[in-house]
Design a protein around this ligand. Structure first.
Ligand code: ADP
Length: 471
């Protein structure tokens, strides 16, 4: 049995801003059958404190943690066995977990998550009420100082660390003047340590000092080592090439259970989605998008390619919110074309009706570490049309000549990520849609594609076992 402490700044269903929370929330349960016992260390945000059942205070060495008293509590929250760092001066606040009421980062975010990392290193060193983790699974910059602190506490030879990158855009940069305040050794403030252009970079500290690194898809693991995707850290990542792995995220199979058993039954959901969105059937596929509207998601590219879909009798239903300009552009497209329907907002229930009722789901991202909606689509026989990047490249079997001939295709991959290529892909989608045999075969392939956590949990378990250090 490998014991693993997952160190996460968010965890579904308790607190969530992105995919990191889904992974942190799903892995402990998924790993249970794989010889791995994972417990989770979380900050004591109000949402976590109020969800915590049967808390027991654990004795620990820190009387004062980054400017205030801190308790370490052990209990159950969100169905998981958790340790909660109850430090009111750091976490007991109204507002979002990373942002104050002014919409800006809390000024003491560096200390807030240094404290989390310090407590993780303390648990690794001293144990927590008799439980001793052999591996620390660290998520993003918020947990990335842990390997340095482990060295300071003298336990880096004993406890292994895996740092998983969910979003390299957030790097935890801080002014060098905070070195002391963050309890960091001045000797590490160098170009091959955690210094980044004159600042402290928490993420870089993890990339340099963690035993192993991973990210959320094999393709993104390679892309991150290029200047185009590495956001300034590609050089560091190249230097750690041998220690980097990509492991795909899974989806929650219970939450995303299709509401139909057969493809014939799926047709009813397509019909009712058309009715709900006011989209008449013009003989082409009903394409759906469920997405944040940001430049990453490439929806401007889709917008420019849209006339091709409409010309072939296809329609687009979009559910999303984000950049005001993109919201407006899609609303204008809706006003101009009878084949376009747009719902601006975040609506979980509607997203399920979109995924169930769509014929195809479009994901035109410029980059995509893993991506989830294409996985929801696969499970529902809603064929994904995706940009060839990151996790999208790893989860869709393309309907090229070989894929169709071998009868294994599940969707369409678009390359390069341009309007021309997207126009071509939408044309191809409509052509395949008219060939019922091929379309049906692709839907069946898609629905059989494994999209749960089973495969990835086994991969994480093997990795943890591999890096566990001899006692
Ligand atoms: P990212 O984390 O970059 O936004 P992912 O595809 O990994 O992209 O995950 C996005 C998640 O957010 C999916 O679960 C998707 O269904 C959900 N989502 C995005 N926009 C909306 C929306 N407007 N309404 C409901 N769910 C949404």
């Amino acid at each position: 049995m490998t014991t693993v402490l997952s160190v996460a700044s968010e965890c579904a269903p308790l607190v969530k801003t992105g995919g990191l929370a889904d992974v942190a929330g799903a892995l402990p349960t998924a790993l249970a059958g794989h010889g791995t016992e994972m417990r989770t260390l979380l900050p004591g945000y109000p949402a976590v404190m109020s969800a915590l059942e049967e808390p027991v205070a654990i004795v620990h060495r820190e009387k004062n943690l980054f400017g205030g008293p801190a308790r370490l509590l052990h209990g159950i929250a969100g169905g998981l066995e958790v340790y909660v760092l109850d430090a009111p001066h750091l976490y007991e606040r109204k507002g979002a977990i990373y942002l104050g009421p002014d919409g800006k980062d809390w000024p003491d975010n560096p200390e807030r998550f240094a404290a989390l990392s310090w407590m993780a290193a303390t648990i690794a060193t001293d144990g927590a009420a008799g439980w001793e983790p052999q591996v620390l699974h660290l998520h993003d910059w918020q947990a990335a100082l842990t390997p340095i602190y482990l060295r300071q506490l003298g336990s880096a030879d004993r406890v292994a660390t895996l740092l998983t990158i969910h979003n390299i855009a957030f790097q935890g940069l801080t002014a060098a003047t905070r070195l002391k305040a963050l309890n960091l050794p001045a000797s590490g403030f160098t170009a091959d340590g955690f210094e980044y252009y004159g600042k402290i970079s928490a993420l870089k500290a993890g990339l340099v000092y963690a035993d192993k690194l991973s990210t959320v898809s094999p393709s993104y693991a390679i892309e991150l080592m290029t200047p185009e995707f590495g956001m300034g850290l590609d050089g560091v990542l190249r230097s750690r090439r041998a220690d980097m792995t990509g492991i795909l995220n899974g989806i929650d199979l219970d939450a995303w259970q299709p509401p139909f058993k057969t493809l014939r039954a799926k047709a009813k959901f397509t019909k009712s989605l058309r009715q709900e969105m006011g989209l008449p059937d013009a003989g082409g596929p009903l394409c759906v998008v469920v997405s944040r509207l940001t430049s990453q998601k490439g929806l401007d590219i889709l917008l420019a390619a849209l006339p091709r879909l409409l010309a072939e009798g296809g329609q687009l239903a979009l559910l999303g919110s984000g950049d005001a300009e993109l919201e407006k552009a899609f609303q204008e497209a809706e006003a101009r074309h009878s084949g376009v329907a747009v719902k601006i907002g975040y609506d979980e229930a509607l997203s399920h009706r979109f995924i169930a009722g769509g014929d195809a789901i479009l994901v035109p991202s410029r980059f995509e570490p893993c991506g989830l909606t294409q996985l929801y689509g696969l499970r529902h026989g809603t064929l994904p049309v995706v940009s060839l990047t990151g996790g999208l490249a790893d989860t869709v079997v393309p309907a090229n000549a070989a894929g169709i001939w071998a009868g294994v295709a599940t969707g369409i991959q678009v390359h390069p990520i341009t309007t021309d290529a997207w126009e071509h892909a939408l044309g191809q989608l409509c052509a395949i849609y008219r060939q019922h045999d091929i379309w049906n075969r692709m839907q069946k392939n898609a629905m059989r594609h494994p999209v749960g956590w089973e495969v990835s949990a086994a991969a994480y378990a093997a990795l943890f076992k591999d890096i566990e250090k001899a006692a």
